[in-house]
Design a protein around this ligand. Sequence first.
Ligand code: ADP
Ligand code: ZN
Ligand code: ZN
Length: 820
Amino acid sequence: MQYIDVAVALPVNHLYTYRVPEDVEEQIQPGQRVLVAFGKKYLAGYVVRLAETPELEHVKDILDILDAEPIVTPNILRLTEWIAEYYCCSWGIAIKAALPTGIDILHSIRVHLRMPPESDRAMQDFFDDLPLRVSGGMQKKILAILRQSPTISLADLQKKVGKKRLHASLHALERQGLIELEDVVALGKMQAKTLQHAVLLASEILPSDLDNLENHAPNQMAVLNILRERFPDGLPIVDLQEMVKFDPRSALKALTQKGYVQTYPKEIQRRPGGYFAYQKTPPLLLTPEQRQVFEQIHAAINSNQFAPMLLHGVTGSGKTEIYMQAIAYLLTLKRRAIVLVPEISLTPLLVSRFLSRFENNVAVLHSGLSTGERYDEWLRIKRGEVDVVIGARSAIFAPMERLGLIVVDEEHEMSYKQDSEPRYHGRDTAVMRARLENIPILLGSATPSLESYYNSQTNKYQLLTIKERVDARPLPTVEIIDRRRDRSQHLFSNTLEQAIRDVLARGEQVLLFLNLRGFANFYLCQECGFVYDCPRCNVTLTYHASTHRLQCHYCDFSRLPPVACEQCGSPNVQYRGIGTERIEQDAQLLFPEAVVTRMDRDTVSGKNAHYTILRQFDQGEIDILIGTQMVTKGHDFPNVTLVGVIAAEIGLNLPDFRSSERTFQILTQVAGRTGRGHLGGHVIIQTYNPLHYAILAAQQHDYLTFYAREIVFRQQLNYPPFSRMINIVLQGEDELFTRDLAQRLCEDLRRADSRKLTVLGPAPAALTRLRNKYRYQILLKSQQSLYMRTFAKEQVELFRKTVALKDVQILVDVDPVSLL
Ligand code: ADP
Ligand code: ZN
Ligand code: ZN
């Protein structure tokens, strides 16, 4: 008898043992999905290993084997097992996260009878022979149905024959060459993608017509102007829509009827950020510093073993070029690479550099892909059709064989951590995968996380350094403006305003950064001081001028601003504070001749919006780009000679021990966006906190000084990297009940151990209330990571079993990156 251990994608901490019926015993392999009866339901589970005969008396049979071949490779199985163990979550949920969502769509399979015999007679013989050639009633039943209709969808077939053993029988038949299974999901996406374009037909337009449009059809006029002045060769209508900020279709229709414009579908290359042409680029001649780093990576690749490296290279030092050359070398060895980037939609130009170098040998996994497209890319990888995978966090699960190198770009980014189960860290999981595969891994950043740099100091990671920018271009000069001395209420200090004027006069570009979107980050009564909060979360509402509404940035709540104070009735209610929208408005007023564009979550809702804005900026169509941290990512625009930080202290006031680190990183990164060309660069940081060491270190581009100061503080308070943490959050709608539960769990934890770990709390979370749920947190801190994880897992499990939680959820976050 064959038994298997099955993981299910439910929040449970253990595996389930099932028996494999004899007739399908040969087909079973770890990494396949099986259909099992689970309680009263049918469920697809993952076979994680073949099991010994269990001690239980009653073990259920599996009902079906869903995959012909394992869909989870052995290394991914081990990696997800590690995730489940390390991040205290269900192995099944970890496996599910490692697979593309499209793979769950099982009914999109069509079944074809292969080689239908010519005559009825031959067909009869064929079927008469069957009992000798195939075993099992199910297979025979299926063939009998196919004889009636040679092509049938899986869903229809299932209606006729039932679920049990359906896939296993189909796969057996397929192996014998009797039928063919066609995966419609995979096929659907191979059709070429087209995108509706608009192009100008008539270049001469009668002045009287223009007057007419100008006066009576402003939308048509706006569209026409864009086409005439900026895109004489036409452009995708989605791009047009981004620019005009209204739906241009009716305007286009009218213009088409007048014979000015034509719209037509044009084939595009569907790639990150949408569609863009790329030309193959040859490798650049490395600078001596780059060369030295490259040699070390080269040696690590040749050594053929696990070798974690941290590449600390200042912004603009050419890290991407090194990644690409290391990968090019790897390809000559017939090995493959995974490149992780924090948020792929924000880095379309980086991805395009990879596409330009490696062309179709790159698979790109990004959130803009449809389910089908994503599945398609995954299949290309699984079949070994590409050698380079580039993608965000989950690309670490790419089912590649012969992996030879993993690159994690901007390794310090907190978006590598997933904030829902499984709460894994993409970078740390990458290190684990490299260890399992026994290959080198390269973590790169201009501002490494304290954890990674500490690892390089304790020789866990090999440190590679680039101190200079390419071509010895100087790092930009950074000027700090002390806003405490500046009594003006303007968002732009005189210095910043003048600097922008100078840059615009020279025809160069400006980037302005503020990490607050909206118009003003609070709304209050001038009389009684009442501040308008979200009724569901305890955060202030942000005033958005474009919608004239107060919006919550943590849930979808929004409302009209009050006309009179709801507390005291005074009409003296007003917005206060700042936001990117307000900067955009002020900038437009101060510099009326400049093209000002804003890039934040409110303006980039469309699928390709980031890319469109970045491309326009790159092509010099925008003079001043304003944005949230989206604009700080690794863009490379040589014509940007001024970066302005409107209020540098914003992140510093967050109640999180990493707030200084984060502020230093973000300021250094945004400063790094300038001075990338021969024009040089200058940075102006406005702040009310000009003496803070994070700001001063960023001014000097001095990572080492920042690190030296910060690491002492971490050590004194026993924070990571000197300890590990687990954040346990309890959330529920009843405040008192949730708090009581948190209190009880906390007492249990303290009682169970008070020596090897510290239990802090329970305390209201910094966001005490979120989407109508009250949140309490308990923080565990210890130097013994494994011990603490095991402890937390056992205790929480015990608590769940013995205490009635009602609607209260307990979230366990190992190595939290945010304590809000
Ligand atoms: P980083 O990722 O370290 O911020 P990038 O990889 O974006 O830096 O490189 C900055 C710029 O320098 C890019 O435009 C890149 O093409 C260019 N560059 C990189 N290496 C070289 C080189 N060896 N010679 C010339 N230009 C280079
Ligand atoms: Zn009031
Ligand atoms: Zn809210």
